[in-house]
Design a protein around this ligand. Structure first.
Ligand code: ZN
Length: 411
């Protein structure tokens, strides 16, 4: 049977009740209850001006249907109200029972609390005992480790002392440049010797990653002393040899002389005998402290000058590290000539050694002809720097002379 509109049917607005059965999930597809209102609606095609996308909801009903459906909705509301009311009542009863139960539990625990607290204290007691035991164990371990470390340090010290007794004390620290020093200063690859407590090396001897600084006994320090190093130029070794250096700060000279004796003295003689070249010609007056007595071509002042040594050098009458110094006289403006001024050369012979320069007479070259060749040069003398050794010797001689005069005066 189809549900066709009948003549007595009219249209009413339909409300959607979403609250009444809200407690029941999924009770129908639309999760709401349609309820026929008593507000009539004239034309079902009129959507009304509502916000609802479906337009105003309306449905037809005969008067009998309308009465029946409204009564049914009232019944639904009453049943729902009853059900929720019963639930509320039950909840109140349950909450009251729960309060009673909670109170009973509290009472029960109040009776028991002293037992719990007693056991709690006993638990703390055991926990303290265990903590003390662990602490004592850690202390024992730390003491054992310290004792072991001390024993190891003592053993190392004993071994060192035994070694020192056998091989001599480690009096020095040697610096031997390695590949990392080469990167920093490619031309400074010379070994250096320090005393063992030198402030410059202190601590460096123990750095195992850089092998530059090492404690050294007599045998090692002798090796380093005699080793020297090639002179470097732009990071490459040349054929020149340089002597090992002794630190200027801690000055190990005396200790090396005491330990190595003749070996050290021979080394020192060699170092100090090294012959340095003469100064450049422009630096010569100042180096010889002769700037006041030096030939001045602009002021027409007679004076000392560097004389050409071409023929003397060719005939090997002077050494490469010697220069000829003579006296020149200005005649006719800028023309200068060397003349015999024996007193000027005698003065150089007497004065220059006090200034660190050695002076000697030279003979004239063959090139100057039969009359002069082989005779003593009267216009210039050969001058060279004294070696460090000669300077030391001169000082020692002067001291000895002074001592002799003092003693002579007393005796
Ligand atoms: Zn030093």
């Amino acid at each position: 049977m189809t549900d066709q509109p009948t003549d007595d049917a009219t249209y009413f607005k339909v409300a959607d009740d979403i609250d009444t059965l809200d407690e029941v999930n999924g009770f129908n597809k639309s999760e709401s209850v349609h309820a026929l209102t008593d507000e009539p609606w004239a034309d079902p095609l009129d959507e009304g001006g509502t916000d609802d996308w479906r337009g105003q909801q309306v449905a037809r009903a005969t008067p009998a249907e309308a009465a029946e459906w409204r009564a049914a909705y009232a019944t639904l509301l009453a049943a729902a109200k009853k059900a929720t009311g019963d639930l509320e009542a039950a909840r109140s009863v349950w909450e009251a029972a729960q309060g009673v139960a909670t109170a009973k539990l509290r009472d029960a625990y109040a009776d028991y609390a002293h037992v719990h607290e007693a056991i709690d204290r006993r638990l703390d007691e055991v926990s303290d005992l265990r903590e003390q035991a662990r602490k004592a164990e850690r202390q024992r371990e730390a003491q054992a480790a310290a004792a072991q470390a001390a024993a190891a340090a003592q053993a190392a010290e004993d071994a060192q002392a035994a070694e020192d007794a056998e091989l001599g004390p480690r009096t020095w620290v040697t610096f031997q440049p390695n590949s990392s020093s080469r990167k920093i200063s490619p031309d400074m690859m010379v070994p250096v010797i320090h005393l063992a407590d030198c402030p410059l090396t202190k601590g460096g001897e123990h750095l195992t990653y850089s092998n530059d600084y090492r404690f050294a006994r007599k045998a090692e320090v002798q090796d380093v002393l005699l080793a020297g190093a090639p002179r470097m130029e732009r990071g490459r070794a040349t054929s020149d040899r340089l002597f090992t250096k002794l630190c200027g700060r801690c000055k190990p000279h005396a200790s090396l002389e005491a330990a190595l004796g003749e070996t050290y003295l021979a080394w020192r003689l060699e170092v100090e005998s090294a012959q340095e070249p003469m100064p450049r010609i422009t630096a010569m007056p100042k180096a010889l402290k002769l700037h006041k007595e030096w030939n001045n071509p602009y002021g027409n002042r007679d004076g000392y000058t560097v004389v050409s040594d071409k023929y003397y050098t060719e005939e090997k009458l002077i050494e490469p590290h010697e220069k000829l110094i003579g006296w020149v006289v200005h005649i006719e403006g800028d023309r200068v000539v060397s003349q015999d001024h024996p007193e000027k050369l005698d003065w150089l012979m007497a004065e220059l050694p006090k200034r660190g320069f050695a002076v000697r007479r030279v003979t004239e070259p063959q090139r100057y002809g039969a009359r002069l060749a082989g005779t003593e040069c009267k216009t210039a003398v050969a001058v060279r720097r004294m070696t460090a050794h000669e300077i030391r010797q001169a000082k020692e001689d002067a001291a000895a002379t002074a001592r002799y005069h003092r003693n002579g005066a007393q005796g």
